[in-house]
Ligand binder design. Sequence first.
Ligand code: ATP
Ligand code: MG
Length: 112
Amino acid sequence: MKKIEAIIRPEKVEDLKEELNRININGLTLCQVMGFGQQKGYKEYFRGTEVLLNVRPKVKAEIIVHDEQVEDVIEIVCEAARTGEVGDGKIFITEVVDAVRIRTGERGEEVI
Ligand SMILES: Nc1ncnc2c1ncn2[C@@H]1O[C@H](COP(=O)(O)OP(=O)(O)OP(=O)(O)O)[C@@H](O)[C@H]1O
Ligand SMILES: [Mg+2]
């Protein structure tokens, strides 16, 4: 199992949800976050430089998937979230060691 963390523009969330709905994904966590990338939040909006770092609102989408789903999800996120401008976001992929469905006590791959 892998965790796909995609940090994207808030206005791209609906597109992402629509795209994910077309494949067999049984869960999604969304959080509103603030962050910066290599432009430190500036060029993205062509603001002044009066503060050291300029964090911008983003949405973090977390999806736990089977290993064989990873590439499909990456493709879908990129298609849904890309504008071609700086600030489109990033995807981080990590190993998930276990999962638990609280209602039933099921463990591992069957939980997702
Ligand atoms: N190294 C990182 N660690 C944690 N979060 C990051 C990292 N890089 C980017 N992010 C998160 O992703 C968001 C979007 O980053 P962004 O797309 O600006 O990355 P970038 O590397 O600057 O690429 P680009 O040049 O296309 O803008 C940031 O606001 C931040 O929340
Ligand atoms: Mg950037």
